[in-house]
Write a protein that binds this ligand. Structure first.
Ligand code: PXG
Ligand code: PLP
Length: 445
């Protein structure tokens, strides 16, 4: 430990901050602070350079502190720091929306901005409910999510989400929700490369829910095309197609939550394009600004937008919006990030690197504790056998050792190690990440 660490940590009062999704007391005993970043690397408070294996948090898809984005934010901050979003607006938000419409799945040509993925999910669910009402089908109130779904932390998102932790911690969920089964089955699908072959039939559970609730009561189905936070669960071949067909048959809206999968993560701009299934609404966040300024949003099909544009022209069509919807700094960052993705061909770059990453991670098969390896695009999940009675502990120890001993940052969720490198990664970076995981696995308890 160098003097820098002692200096920084003695200057900082760690007490007042309540850190999200973190074991605060454990963390404050041995803090892990990141103080600067460039491209594929962070600098830590104790002066180490750490390779970022997770693009910040599935977000910095073009690498850290990219100059065109930094400059765009600086320029915007000097020109127009804030403008109210209600009954007034500003140019950058329109420019960002136009760029999003240009890369979105076919037909998703209108954008509603929020400041996070959680807000995007609540917004999408509210659009779905209000859409049915404006069309005179207000009985459609039930929202269907999926087990092991993660849709952020708002009440809507935790209700349609499928994480036991939320039910355990808060109990109180929206009433009119139901859930599809998740698609993860190690007996059938372990060590699949890309989309597993088994599991399309699990989408048929939606027909059972329609039989139970009646289609006239169901507003929407929301799924992550690939479940990220709950362990990198890749959709089985044909599964999303089947969901789409059943939704169409019964007039149910299909929402893809692309907060993680957007912006080149799975090989195309959006997972909807990778998997060839177009939803009616799609949420995004994170990489839309390369994570440099918080932003999220919902893209909808023209028909949905148009359904709202019907009453008197002086009436507010959708009773919803955030102080920071389309914030100028976020919009400027989005324009710069989307231009950067395009100018550097980063989605294509990610797609072409994906087989290399797949070969590397599938090479971990046979190492201690490894019970499954999954991949799609620039995402990989390595599932470890849990320590009996201590779920998550083995993978968390792998995270700590990779960070402290190998200078590589990975993410763990349960006993899954997740990798989601930036699309600017070079092969040597991927070698280093996966090599670090291999070394750590050999030393784990
Ligand atoms: N939907 C999905 C699919 C997400 O992955 C959100 C909504 C919420 O976004 P905000 O911006 O409100 O956090 C997310 C967020 C992890 C991890 O460990 C994943 C997320 C956030 C933090 C950690 O994989 N995803
Ligand atoms: N709470 C209060 C008291 C407010 O006045 C507002 C917005 O004006 C909000 C919450 C919502 O904040 P935001 O628009 O940033 O989501």
């Amino acid at each position: 430990m160098g003097g820098r660490e002692t200096d920084l940590l003695t200057q900082l009062n760690l007490g007042p901050l309540w850190i999200p999704f973190t074991a605060n007391r454990q963390f404050k005993q041995n803090p892990r602070l990141l103080v600067s970043a460039k491209d594929m690397h962070y600098m830590t408070h104790d002066g180490r350079q750490v390779l970022d294996g997770i693009s910040g948090m599935w977000a910095v898809n073009a690498g850290h502190c990219r100059q065109p984005i930094v400059e765009a934010i600086q320029k915007q901050a000097q020109t127009l720091d804030y403008a109210t979003a209600f009954q007034m607006h500003h140019p950058a938000a329109f420019q960002a929306a136009e760029r999003l419409a240009a890369i979105a799945p076919q037909g998703l040509d209108h954008v509603f901005f929020t400041s996070s993925g959680s807000e995007a999910v609540d917004t999408a669910l509210k659009i779905a409910l209000a859409y049915h009402r404006v069309r005179g089908e207000g009985t459609r109130r039930i929202l269907i999510g999926r087990e092991r779904g993660y849709h952020g932390v708002g009440f809507g998102g935790i209700s349609v989400g499928g994480m036991t932790g939320n039910r355990k911690a808060f109990g109180n969920m929206l009433g009119a929700v139901d859930h599809l089964p998740h698609t993860h089955d190690l007996d059938k699908n372990a060590f699949s490369r890309g989309q597993p072959q088994w599991g399309a039939h699990l989408a048929d559970a939606l027909e059972n829910l329609v039989t139970l609730h009646d289609a006239s009561n169901i507003a929407a189905v929301i799924v992550e095309p690939m479940a990220g936070s709950t362990g990198v669960l890749i959709p089985p071949q044909g599964y999303l197609q089947r969901l789409r067909e059943i939704c169409d048959k019964h007039g149910i809206l299909l929402i893809f939550d692309e907060v993680i999968t957007g912006f080149g993560r799975t090989g195309k701009a959006f997972a909807a394009q990778t998997f060839g299934v177009t939803p009616d609404l799609m949420t995004f966040a994170k990489a839309v600004t390369n994570a440099a300024v918080p932003m999220g949003g919902v893209m909808v099909k023209k028909g949905i937008y148009d359904a709202f544009m019907t009453g008197p022209e002086n009436a507010i069509e959708f009773f919803h919006g955030y102080t920071y919807s389309g914030h100028p700094l976020a919009s400027a960052a989005a324009v710069a990030a989307l231009d950067l993705f395009k100018n550097e061909g980063l989605f294509e770059r990610g797609e072409s690197l994906a087989p290399y990453l797949a070969d590397l991670v599938h090479g971990l098969k046979g190492l201690p504790h490894v019970i499954d390896i999954r991949n799609i695009g620039m995402v990989a999940g390595i599932e470890l056998a849990p320590i009996p009675g201590k779920p998550g502990a083995r993978a968390f120890e792998a995270f700590l050792r990779a960070y402290e001993k190998k200078n590589v940052l990975v993410r763990t969720t349960g006993d899954v190690i997740a990798l989601s490198p930036s699309l600017i990664a070079e092969k040597k970076h991927l070698d280093e990440m996966v090599g670090a995981i291999a070394d750590v696995l050999k030393t784990l308890p």
